[in-house]
Every structure is written in structure tokens, then in C-alpha cells.
Design a protein around this ligand. Sequence first.
Ligand code: B12
Length: 215
Amino acid sequence: MSQEVIFKNMVDSIVNLDEEKALELANKAIKDGMNLMDVVERGYAAGIREVGELWEEGEFFLPELMRGAEIMQKCLDLIIPHLKKGSEDISKGKVVIATIEGDIHSIGKTIVGTMLRAYGFEVHDLGADVPAEKIVDVAVEINADIIGVSALLTTTMFGQKKIIEILKERNLLDRFKVILGGAPVTGSWVTECNADGFAENAIDAVKLVKSLLNK
Ligand code: B12
């Protein structure tokens, strides 16, 4: 079976809310030594985005959206320990990552954090619905290099800007690079926030962090 067909089956398993199939495909991908980041991005993440579109079109209702996210999370729980296997022992830099206050979307942020870990960065994942002040406090406490902030809602993305404002108030702007992510984030939003960059997926997030730290 070609990779494209396998990815398509993964997308379908999420869209059809077929947990058994989704987990079976994830287990097989691990066993067959597939590139698991591709599996996450091109398979399961593509599937949950399609679920989101169906929900927007009124084809799916909230319980179906939640069920899709639950299946996606179970697949991630299965895959993540195997992604970590590739991680290196020497830290290339410290990253604090969180989803901003008021926003419970955690899947994309978790994927980015996991991917950064797999590439040797020390990642402190604070979870979802985290106040901007707390994110900055932890970054100071652990002497982070990068602050990564995720927002999936147009209403919560203003919290990303708040991070920069807090850093400015505390004279800490030069101490950290701030990167943003989440479906509503665009280049112009990054400019407006005065942030250091954004990435549309976990692979680009690793490239971005590497280039900002020049490592
Ligand atoms: C799954 C999902 C949920 C799940 C979340 C489960 C969880 N634990 O995360 C549940 C069902 C709980 C949910 C709830 C809600 N949701 Co919702 N949800 C989605 C959905 C379908 C997919 C999000 C997702 O996981 N995508 C897959 C991941 C892999 O992609 P990603 O998040 O974009 O992350 C990637 C990149 O953005 C980037 N990235 C992400 N974070 C970061 C951070 C950094 C630092 C970097 C560099 C990069 C980066 O890399 C990631 C990996 O590729 C989206 C639709 C969409 N198109 O995004 C709607 C969506 C985000 N939800 C939406 C809404 C409205 C809601 C609710 C308000 C619904 C309701 N009425 O209750 C609530 C919100 C509650 C709250 N306060 O947060 C809307 C938002 C609309 C808007 N304009 O604001 C969307 C866009 C759906 C839609 N089309 O209308 N949701």
C-alpha cells in the first residue's frame, strides 16, 4: 500500500470517528517504521482539520468534533513515546510552550512541543488555558530561550500579544524570542504583535526555532 493511501486511510478513520481503525493504523505505522511526524501531520492532523471543516459546514455537531479530537489524542498518546526515542541528550535550547488563557485547544501545541523535544530541545509544556503572566514567569524561572504560544480562537489570540506587552513592561523583550502558532495566526499578526515568527506546522516550528537560535 502506498504512503498516500495509508495517510488517506488515517484521515478517513478520524473523519469516520472509527477509533479502532485509527489505532490499528497508528500501531501499524509504528511497527513498519514509518516517519511518525508525517503520520501525525499528513494523517491524523489532516483528519481532525477535515472534521473541523465538516463541523463548520454543519455536517457534524459538537459531540462529533469532540469525539474526533479524543480519537486524535489517543493516536498521539500511542505515537509520541516512539517519537521521543529519536531525541538527543544534549539540549540545544530551552522552550516554554503553552496554549493561551481561555483556549483549550491543545493538540497542535502538543505536537509542536513533542517535535521540538525529538530534535533535542528542552521543552517545558505548560498545557492549555495558561495565563500570559504564568507563561512569562516560567520562562524567566527556567531561563528559556524561546516562548511559544498557541491560540486557535480569534478571541484568544489577543493573549499572544499580551505576552509581548508583559515582556516589554518587565524590560525582558531582549531576553526571549517569542514564536506564535495556531490556525488564526498569520504573518501580519506576528508583525502586529512584534513577535519573532510563526509556523504553520511542527516541522516548520523546528526550522524556525533552529534559525532563531542559529543551531
Ligand atoms: C479539535 C478541535 C477542538 C477540540 C480541541 C481538543 C484539544 N484537546 O485540543 C474541542 C472539541 C475541545 C474544541 C472546542 C472548541 N472549539 Co475547536 N476546533 C478543533 C479543530 C477541529 C482542530 C484543531 C486541531 O487540533 N487541529 C490539528 C492541529 C494539529 O493543528 P493546529 O492546532 O492548527 O496546530 C498546528 C499549527 O497551527 C502549528 N501550531 C499550533 N500551535 C503552535 C504553537 C507554536 C509556538 C508554533 C510555532 C506552531 C503551532 O503547528 C501545529 C502542528 O501542525 C479546529 C479546526 C481547525 N481548522 O483548526 C476547531 C476550531 C479551532 N474550534 C473552534 C471553536 C469555535 C471551538 C469552540 C468555541 C466550540 C464551542 N462552541 O464550544 C470550543 C473552544 C473552547 C475553548 N475555550 O477553547 C473554531 C474557532 C473559530 C474561531 N475563528 O475562533 C475552529 C476553527 C473550528 C471552526 N472551523 O469553526 N475544538
